[in-house]
Design a protein around this ligand. Structure first.
Ligand SMILES: Cc1ncc(COP(=O)(O)O)c(C=O)c1O
Length: 484
């Protein structure tokens, strides 16, 4: 794999694109360079416990690590709707690059790719809810940017209001606007001074709390922002009727509703739009992850026309929100094709069916191993396993650390049985399975069989720690606390 010039870590000089393209950068060199020039602590810890790759993609759903172990990839964070490097998108992208005569960088020009994607997004949402028949789309380069845009559209439409209402354990991103409405003390901690303080956080699922808050300060509330199902909190579903009631209360008071469907939207939970399926028609809806087909970042903020106008609908205000690369032709082409694949195969319906099948198995597994799994949850192909802590300590700060360690050990245990899980940013002991929505039936069933085999091998959380091994635990502790 490695060319004669690339047998040892390049200590100096530049790496040519062709060296990477032709596979001349070895695994060892890649790890060395990542550690030297990038490499957050998370990647270091994943490397130490042996689950961090680099991986070879064997099929859209399977990876192989440097030791030759085959892994089923359930860690797409809902951003791999068709798996890794799916052939349909790969082939399509090549054709786009060969044939398109559109400008790639469309900030200041009209392009067919963007026109097509915005049309389809609005028509899809309007098919589910007529209120969006004349909505507009704003494109950006990530989920958090789509949320930032949503906040600005909402504030511009309600200029006198000052509060945003969000919910406990929500996750909306890490740029400053999104972070302000992500009530996680660890993520917000050092940045509190520069975060918007005008945020009212209510218990997720508490209808009466929403009614009371809107009654008390509704005229000062810009918008309620919510995830219809909390993704990063470990797939937490609201009680039936909650979302519908929030919509009714807000509409009656003129308060806007922003549905953040970056994780739930476009089929993951078994519906095109989870909020709409639950009877809530949001004024603004954000999308990202699956829209990029696992290939390119594509964020979209879909806004009802009358809400859109105050920010981008007049000459005086039209420059108040923009970005350089959002809506570029390559991203739009990938978004258009991804949406088409999702629609042609009706992946929301498949996600619903496979979700029921998977959740049945997880529920049975939890009953079998209550010492390992505290509970399990699911919505479509978004599954969560909540692990019991590996130890109980009296102080809550230690509890947080124990939760982190529990999550990491669970990740390793299931990896050893050939399944790569994904973390949950707002629930350290909860690991999610977010398999591709087109994962073949046989592989999907095998993935759950391997999950069951892992649980049988580690029947309690204590076993997670016990079987990990003392030398490995010490190496993990050293990497976590002693390395600079
Ligand atoms: C509901 C929700 N909103 C926003 C984001 C932020 O998206 P990104 O990581 O693309 O900025 C995420 C990411 O996990 C998410 O799940």
């Amino acid at each position: 794999m490695t060319s004669p010039s690339m047998t040892s870590p390049p200590a100096s000089g530049f790496i040519r694109a062709d060296d990477v393209l032709q596979g001349r950068l070895s695994d060892a060199q890649t790890v060395f360079l990542e550690k030297q020039y990038g490499h957050g602590k998370l990647i270091r810890l994943l490397e130490v416990v042996g689950v961090g790759g680099p991986f070879k993609v064997m099929s859209p759903w399977e990876l192989e690590d440097a030791r030759g172990q085959q892994i089923i990839n359930a860690s797409g964070y809902a951003a791999l709707p068709f798996g890794d490097n799916p052939p349909e998108l790969n082939t399509f992208l090549r054709e786009v690059l060969e044939k398109t005569d559109q400008v790639m960088f469309g900030q200041q020009s009209i392009t067919t790719w963007r026109a097509a994607l915005e049309t389809n997004l609005v028509r899809l949402l309007a098919r589910e809810s007529h209120d969006h028949h004349d909505s507009r789309v704003f494109f950006s380069n990530s989920g958090t940017e789509a949320v930032e845009a949503a906040i600005k559209f909402a504030q511009a439409a309600r200029p006198k209001a000052k509060y945003l209402i969000n919910f406990t354990r929500a996750y909306h991103g890490k740029t400053l606007g999104s972070l302000a409405i992500t009530p996680n003390p660890n993520l917000q901690g050092p940045f509190r001074n520069i975060l918007n303080p005008a945020v009212i956080t209510l218990p997720f699922g508490d209808t009466e709390a929403v009614e009371r808050a809107i009654k008390r300060v509704g005229d000062q509330v810009i918008a309620v922002i919510l995830e219809p199902i909390l993704g990063e909190a470990g797939v937490r579903l609201p009680p039936p009727g909650f979302l519908k009631r929030v919509g009714e209360v807000c509409r009656a008071a003129g308060v806007l509703v922003i549905a953040d469907e970056i994780q739930t939207g476009l089929g993951r939970t078994g519906h095109w739009f989870e909020s709409v399926a639950q009877g809530l028609v949001p004024d603004i809806l954000t999308l990202a992850k699956p829209l990029g087909g696992g290939m390119l970042p594509v964020g979209a903020t879909i806004v009802r026309h009358e809400i859109y106008k105050p920010l981008l609908g007049s000459v005086e205000t039209v420059k108040r929100h923009s970005n350089t690369f959002g809506g570029n032709s390559l991203a739009m082409a990938v978004g258009l094709k991804s949406l088409e694949l999702l629609m042609d195969h009706d992946y929301p319906a498949r996600s619903r069916a496979m979700g029921e099948r998977g959740l049945k198995r997880l529920t049975a597994l939890q009953r079998q191993h209550p010492g390992l799994l505290e509970d399990v949850r699911g919505a479509g192909m978004l599954f969560a396993m909540n692990f019991r802590p590996v130890a109980k300590l009296p102080f809550s700060a230690q509890g947080a650390l124990i939760s982190e360690v529990t999550g990491m050990l669970a990740l390793v245990a299931f990896y050893r049985r050939g399944v790569l899980l994904n973390f949950s940013l707002n629930a350290a002991r909860t690991m999610r399975l977010t398999p591709a929505m087109n994962m073949p039936d046989e592989l999907f069933d095998r993935m759950f069989s391997q999950v069951e085999a892992a649980a049988a091998e580690y029947p309690s959380s204590f076993a997670l720690a016990q079987k990990y091994g003392l030398p490995e635990l010490l190496a993990l502790g050293k990497a976590a606390f002693l390395e600079p």
